[in-house]
Design a protein. Structure first.
Length: 239
């Protein structure tokens, strides 16, 4: 109980009255570790991310948990719950894939990156825009921080990116970039400075992750093409 009390009350204070919540810092560090594990295609990325999600949920529902930061970002808080739910699915799927039961995964990596395909990409864009339009009035009625459409955009983008990571789609990294572009100014305006700074870093990190997964997919495609085009050798039979 003493640790939980410290965790909820601890702050990093600066001259002039500024501060950062340790919960916010730790939650984002767990999130960063999860993203690193995801880029390396390690199963442990999912449970590590869940810990960070639980911490950040208490941060973004500031007034409910007695936080000195009272701007409730319902989209940010709600996406932490969504993260936990989807992460359980992703955790299970990657464990299966590593055992060679899904998508031909081998023992070294939990997932084999693959392209989502044109139809899926169109579906992701439509889902992102439509979901944002649907959630914006709902979050507005619930009293989320303005501009509410940005909070809704972040929620939908996070949902689709996490699902894409579980599926092994290379494009999921680009969805995170779209989330970060909107998330940085929103978080700064709401006073969540640690998360805003981490979003800037995430933006650069997700671009690196995209090119890492793209190279893996490109190498696999090149190997498959070379194998398919290799001449078939026929053994001579002496009589």
């Amino acid at each position: 109980m003493d640790f939980l009390r410290w965790l909820f009350d601890a702050k990093i204070e600066f001259a002039g009255g500024g501060f950062l919540l340790w919960r916010e810092v730790l939650g984002n560090l767990f999130g960063l570790a999860s993203a690193l594990g995801g880029m390396r295609r390690k199963v442990w990325a999912w449970p590590v991310g869940i810990i960070g999600n639980a911490l950040l949920f208490t941060v973004f529902m500031g007034s409910v948990f007695g936080s000195p930061v009272y701007a409730n970002l319902l989209g940010q808080a709600g996406r932490q719950i969504m993260f936990i739910a989807v992460s359980v699915y992703g955790w299970y799927r990657w464990k299966q894939s590593r055992s060679g039961k899904v998508d031909g995964g081998g023992p070294a990596f939990a997932v084999q990156p693959r392209w989502a395909g044109t139809k899926t990409r169109i579906g992701l864009v439509v889902a992102l825009v439509a979901g944002t339009a649907i959630l914006t009035p709902i979050f507005t009625a619930l009293g989320s921080y303005a501009p509410v459409w940005a909070d809704a955009w972040i929620f939908m983008g996070s949902l689709l990116a996490t699902l894409g990571m579980a599926k092994g789609w290379v494009e999921f990294w680009l969805i995170w970039v779209a989330v970060d572009i909107v998330g940085v100014p929103l978080l700064f305006s709401a006073g969540y400075y640690a998360s805003a700074v981490m979003y800037i870093f995430y933006g650069a990190f997700t671009l690196v992750g995209f090119f890492v997964w793209w190279r893996i997919r490109h190498t696999a495609d090149a190997q498959q093409l070379a194998t398919a085009s290799a001449p078939v050798e026929t053994a001579s039979v002496s009589r």
